[in-house]
Design a protein around this ligand. Structure first.
Ligand code: ME8
Length: 517
């Protein structure tokens, strides 16, 4: 192979009971930005997304839609595929749990767990939430004032289930899991989630029901097809199916273990407790890190089907532009925290950060260069302290942003980049190139070179967040395609290069009502 370091990043696979909304777009966007960053940084990247198509929840949704589960999943899975184009995501793989390769991987994993002595046949009697596809202990449930029993991170209703079931001996894995968390302090992020998982495991683990017999939409248990596998055992396995499991000679096996699973905060227990336990039991390497994002509400309200208030990524990108929407989602809320989607806040950022700060910097600099420097990269004369200070800050960004990406701290990466953009705007005002045009055109050229070069450095780093807009800016600086990776970060703009006509990239957003009045 290439000899480059590999980097494998995954999204949750989405249930096909619902059409994609902002919450789904968010996790995939985070992975997309990381995948793009790592590619630019020279890694051999594999970025996986897909759909989770089995289980009772999907079976019920198909019945409600009057379709067979297969016809239903084919249709809804496609809407998640379509989101890739809408959001300009760059996955290397799209997995569906109804694929043959996935059946083979799940059944192989099951057989390994059986061979390891970690699976036994019993009977499940307890609570189950179809919405969460999760089993709950009696102590985890609560009866509300409406007489309904609920459980789990968002308080979904539970029902009593009694059926023959295979169990995974999770109770035997508590100590080994605690040791694993201890040895791998980066495994769960953010820190608050790590504490949550550790105290859950310390509280004692019950054996986990890993098969169901009361419905049939799933993967049959090898040798006992009346049982279908628990949808979470099936779903989690997708991450290794993609790499060819159990065939370790598959070229994609080089990506396992995954470097990063990005998930939502509601599915931590599955990824940080069950998943490493299954893998350790089966003798498969464990993923390096699981990062749980927070949840979006809209204008202060929980997103719900009945309120119909889910932000539709198709409508949002059409109204605000794709890149501004991508920027806003990762800039507005520290990744890992909950966030509220407010139209006012989005428009505010779009105008302040994109149109006024970054867009205006590019526009001012490129139009002076076009008008006064002969539509060419100006000559770089002698640099003075103010010039090197700005250039050094821009150069220093690569290490800063790299470190923030290692922590999935997108908002901090963006804040650091935008500080340099603000510095550059202040430098334009302080150097006043329009005045230098009359007094010292040689110095004016150097100032314009410093600015164009600063824009180049900053823009290279903004690429993962806003790929289309940054491509336009780099085109306007005549940066060749092969010089847009971080390996070329130090390759300065060559004076004398002819530049195309500048064009604005981030227009101001004017509310339709305000525009009409
Ligand atoms: O949980 N804000 O699928 P899912 C942010 N199939 N994130 C949100 C959100 C919101 N308002 N609403 C949902 C599943 N999400 C499983 C995953 S992985 C092996 C199997 C996030 O379609 C949610 O937290 O119900 C979850 O991470 C993701 O969307 C998929 O949810």
């Amino acid at each position: 192979m290439s000899g480059r370091s590999t980097f494998y990043v995954t999204t949750p696979i989405y249930y096909v009971n619902d059409v994609p909304h902002i919450g789904h777009a968010y996790a995939t966007l985070a992975c997309d930005v990381i995948a793009r960053f790592k590619r630019l940084d020279g890694y051999d990247v594999h970025f996986l997304t897909g759909t989770d198509e089995h289980g009772q929840k999907v079976e019920k949704a198909a019945a409600a839609a009057g379709l067979t589960p297969q016809a239903f999943t084919d249709k809804v899975s496609q809407s998640f595929r379509d989101l890739i184009g809408v959001m300009n995501f760059s996955p290397d793989g799209f997995i569906r749990t109804t694929e043959k390769r996935h059946y083979a991987a799940c059944q192989a994993l099951w057989e390994k767990l059986v061979a390891a002595g970690d699976i036994y046949l019993g009977k499940y009697a307890g609570w189950y939430s179809v919405r969460d596809e999760a089993f709950y202990a009696d102590s985890e449930t609560e009866v509300g004032t409406d007489g309904k029993r609920r459980a789990g991170p968002v308080g979904n209703e539970v029902e009593w289930v009694e059926e023959p079931s295979y169990f995974f001996k999770l109770s035997a894995w508590g100590d080994r899991l605690l040791e694993f968390y201890d040895k791998n302090p980066r495994f769960i992020a953010p820190e608050s989630r790590r504490n949550e998982v550790i105290s859950f495991v310390k509280g004692g683990l019950q054996d986990l029901s890993v098969s169901r017999t009361s419905f049939s939409w799933g993967i049959p248990v090898p040798g006992d097809p009346k049982h279908i596998m628990y949808v979470w055992l099936d779903a989690l396995t997708n991450y290794i199916t993609e790499c060819g499991y159990p065939d370790e000679s598959n070229p994609l096996w080089r990506f396992w273990p995954a470097d990063l699973h990005i998930i939502g905060k509601d599915i931590i227990r599955f990824h940080c407790v069950f998943w490493p336990a299954f893998l350790m039991a089966a003798g498969v390497a464990t993923p390096k890190r699981v990062f749980a994002s927070g949840w979006w509400t809209t204008e202060g309200q929980k997103i719900s089907k009945s309120l119909g208030n889910a932000i539709d990524p198709v409508a949002a990108t059409a109204e605000f532009g794709l890149d501004p929407f991508r920027y806003f989602l990762l800039r507005e809320v520290p990744f890992g925290n909950d966030g509220d989607f407010q139209r006012r806040a989005l428009i505010g950022r779009l105008n302040a950060d994109l149109a006024n700060a970054y867009g205006n910097l590019c526009q001012r600099v490129l139009s002076i260069v076009a008008k006064s420097c002969g539509e060419k990269v100006p000559p770089k004369g002698t640099l003075v302290e103010a010039d090197t200070a700005l250039l050094d800050r821009a150069t220093g960004l690569l290490a800063v942003v790299r470190a923030e990406f290692d922590e999935q701290a997108f908002h901090r990466a963006l804040t650091s980049i935008w500080e340099v953009i603000a510095d550059a705007n202040r430098y334009v005002d302080a150097q006043a190139p329009w005045a230098l045009a009359k007094t010292d055109p040689v110095r004016r050229d150097t100032v314009m070179w410093v600015l164009a070069e600063t824009i180049r450095r900053v823009t290279l780093l903004v690429q993962p967040f806003m790929p289309d807009s940054t491509a336009k800016i780099l085109d306007q600086l005549a940066v060749p395609a092969e010089a847009r990776t971080f390996a070329a970060f130090d390759r300065e703009l060559a004076s004398g290069t002819t530049l195309p006509k500048p064009q604005g990239v981030f227009p101001r957003f004017v509310e339709p009502a305000a525009a009409a009045s």
